[in-house]
Design a protein around this ligand. Structure first.
Ligand code: SF4
Ligand code: SF4
Length: 289
C-alpha cells in the first residue's frame, strides 16, 4: 500500500539560520563547491556548520546511478574539475573547519571510480589544514576496487566511511547498482591495508528492515573490521522516491545503539536525525582520532 506516513513529533527539522552559516554558504558559492549539508537540506546544517563540520561533495552533482532513496540528480557526469582539490582545501582552511567529510557521487564512468581525485583532495586539504580530521565517505568502486584501494592507500584519510545503507534483502529495491558483499569487502580491505584508519558504515532505517536483519548487518560489519556505526531514519526526499515504511521510535534507536556497543562497535551514533556525518567530530573522538 502506497500510503504516505505522517511524520512523528521526533522528526523535527531545525531551520538553518545565522550569520556564520550565511558566510559559509557565500564562500562555498565563490569556490564552486557543493555540500551535502545544503543539497540534501540536511536538518542538522546550522548545528554542523557552527561546530566546524561540513560534508563536501566532490566530482560534480550528477550521479551515474539512480538509487530510489537518493535526491542526487542522475545523468552524464561533468569532466573532473582539476582545480577542485585546491578550491576545497582553500575553503576548508578559510572556514577553519575542524572535521570534514569528503564524499562523492558514483563515477562509474571513471577508470578508477574517482579514487585519484579523492586522493588529490585529501592531499590538498592536509597540506593547508594539517590539524583538520578528514573523513572520506566513498562510493563502492564496484568493478575497480583494487585500483581504487591502491590509490587510496597512498594518501590515507583519518576515517574511512562507506555506507551499506540497508540490509541485504532490500538491496535490489533500494541500492540497485550496488552489491552487499562488494561493499563489505571494500570496508574490510581498506581496514586491512591501513589498520590505523578506523572504518565506518551506516544504515538508513524505516524502509522495511527487521531488527534481526539489522543485527545481522552489525555482525557482518564487525566481522569485516568496521568499528564505527551510524543509524538514522530514512526520510523520503520527494513523493517520487522510495516510500518510508516506518518511523522507527527513538527508543528503538537507543536499543540498537546498546546492541551495537555490546556486540563490539567502538563508536555508535543512532537516533532519528543521525546522518553518516552528523557529529562526525564527536563520533571520531571516541576512537582516538
Ligand atoms: Fe552536513 Fe552531515 Fe551535518 Fe548534515 S549531518 S549538516 S550532511 S555534516
Ligand atoms: Fe545517490 Fe550515491 Fe545512489 Fe548516486 S550512488 S544515486 S549519489 S546514493
Amino acid at each position: 500500500p502506497e500510503q504516505i506516513l505522517r511524520k512523528p513529533d521526533w522528526i523535527r527539522i531545525k531551520l538553518p539560520s545565522g550569520d556564520q552559516v550565511n558566510r559559509i554558504k557565500q564562500s562555498l558559492r565563490e569556490h564552486r563547491l557543493h555540500t551535502v549539508c545544503e543539497e540534501a537540506a540536511c536538518p542538522n546544517l546550522s548545528e554542523c556548520f557552527s561546530h566546524g563540520t561540513a560534508t563536501f561533495m566532490i566530482m560534480g552533482d550528477l550521479c551515474t546511478r539512480r538509487c530510489p532513496f537518493c535526491d542526487v540528480a542522475h545523468g552524464k557526469p561533468q569532466p573532473l574539475d582539476a582545480e577542485e582539490p585546491a578550491n576545497l582545501a582553500e575553503t576548508i582552511a578559510a572556514m577553519a573547519l575542524k572535521y570534514v567529510v569528503i564524499t562523492s557521487v558514483n563515477r562509474d564512468d571513471l577508470r578508477d571510480g574517482g579514487a585519484s581525485h579523492f586522493a588529490a583532495c585529501i592531499a590538498a586539504v592536509r597540506s593547508q589544514s594539517p590539524n583538520t580530521t578528514i573523513e572520506v565517505l566513498v562510493p563502492d568502486f564496484r568493478g575497480r576496487m583494487d585500483t581504487a584501494l591502491d590509490i587510496l592507500q597512498q594518501q590515507p584519510c583519518d576515517v574511512f566511511n562507506h555506507n551499506l545503507e540497508t540490509v541485504p534483502r532490500l538491496y535490489l529495491q533500494a541500492r540497485p547498482g550496488a552489491d552487499y558483499q562488494v561493499s563489505l569487502s571494500l570496508l574490510q580491505q581498506h581496514g586491512q591495508r591501513l589498520p590505523d584508519v578506523p572504518t565506518k558504515s551506516g544504515l538508513m532505517l524505516g524502509i522495511g528492515e527487521t531488527e534481526a536483519e539489522v543485527i545481522d548487518v552489525m555482525k557482518d560489519l564487525l566481522a569485516h573490521g568496521v568499528s564505527m556505526l551510524t543509524l538514522g531514519q530514512y526520510l523520503q526526499p520527494s513523493k517520487d522516491h522510495l516510500a518510508v515504511q516506518e518511523y522507527i521510535h527513538p527508543d528503538q534507536f537507543q536499543r540498537y545503539a546498546e546492541i551495537a556497543r555490546e556486540l563490539g562497535f567502538k563508536q555508535v551514533a543512532s537516533a532519528p536525525l543521525v546522518r553518516s556525518s552528523y557529529h562526525a567530530d564527536l563520533q571520531a573522538a571516541g576512537v582516538g582520532k
